[in-house]
Design a protein around this ligand. Sequence first.
Ligand SMILES: [Zn+2]
Length: 332
Amino acid sequence: MPPADDHATTLLKDTLVWDNHSCMPLRPDDHSYLEQLARCRDAGIDVVTLNLGMDLTSRSSHLDMLDSFKRWIDQNPDHYTVVRNVAEIDQARRDGKLAIAFDLEGMALLDDGDLDLVEELRSQGAFWMLVAYNRNNRAGGGCLDEDTGLSRHGRAILAEMKRVGMVACCSHTGHRTALEVMEHADNPVIFSHSNPSAVFEHVRNIPDSLIRACAETGGVIGINGLGDFLGPGEDYAAMMVQHIDHVADLAGPEHVAISLDYVFDQSEVYDFIDKMRESFGDEMASQFTCRFAPPDTFPHIVAALLKKGYTEETVSKILGGNWLRVAQEVWG
Ligand SMILES: [Zn+2]
C-alpha cells in the first residue's frame, strides 16, 4: 500500500470526498457504533451515505433506522449533519461537519404500492435507492435470481423517484432489469457499489456492457471496498485502484467513484448471512471472507492514483466530484 504522503493528504483536504455507501448496525436502539463515524472524518471524508436497510428488512425497520440516525446526529451537531441537497453539502463542508445522507438497498418496502413514502424519504435525506437486493421483488429482478425484468410497479417507482429527485441505483439488481432501468432513464443512473467483473469475476460484479450503459446515462459506478468483490489480497488501495482504472479506461474517469460498503459491526454480517442465507445464495454465503477496506483506505487510494499518473483534477472527480455531479443533476 503506498504511504499516504503529504501530497495525498493535502489533496484529500482540498477536495470533496464522498463515500457513497456505508453500513452501520441496523439496530435502532444501539448508537454505540455511530461514534466511529469519526473514522470517516479522520480519513478526510466529507459526505457519507448511510444504509437504512435492504429488501430483507421491513418498511418499519427502515423508518426506525432513519429516526435513530437522525436522533444521534441531532445529539452531535458540532461534527455531523443530515444533508438533503447540494447547498447543504457545501454548507456542511464550510462548517467542518461530516455530511450524512441515506440510501436504501431495494424497493421491496414499496411492495404495497404506497409510493408517498418515496417523497418522504427523499425529504429526509435519502440520496439513492436500488431496485432489487439479490432476489426479485415486485419492482424487478435481483442479481442472484431469475431476472424477469423491470415491472410496471418498478417503472412507477422510478417515475416517482425522478419527480422527487432521488437517484436510481442498479447495484444488487439483475442485469436485464438494470439495462431496462438505464434504457428508460433520462437522468443519471448509478451503480452505487459494484465492481467490474472484467477485473474480478463475482456474481455481484458487473459486465463492461452495463458499465458503458450506466456511463451513457451520465451515471457513475462506485467501486466497492469489500474484499470478496475486489479479488484476493489485502492491499485494498491497490485493488481498488485496479477496479477504478478499468472503469476509467472503459467509460472515462467522470464515471467512476468510491463506495466502501464498510460494515462497522462485522459480527452483524454473519448474523445476516445466517438468517437470510436464501437471499445471498449458498455459494456467496459459504465463500464470504469478511474483508473490508476501512475508511482510512482513502488516503492510500489517493496516493496510489497519483503515483499511477492520475491528475489532481481527475482524482478529485473520483473522490467526490462525480457523485456531486449526479447529486446536482438529480438531487438538486
Ligand atoms: Zn449492498
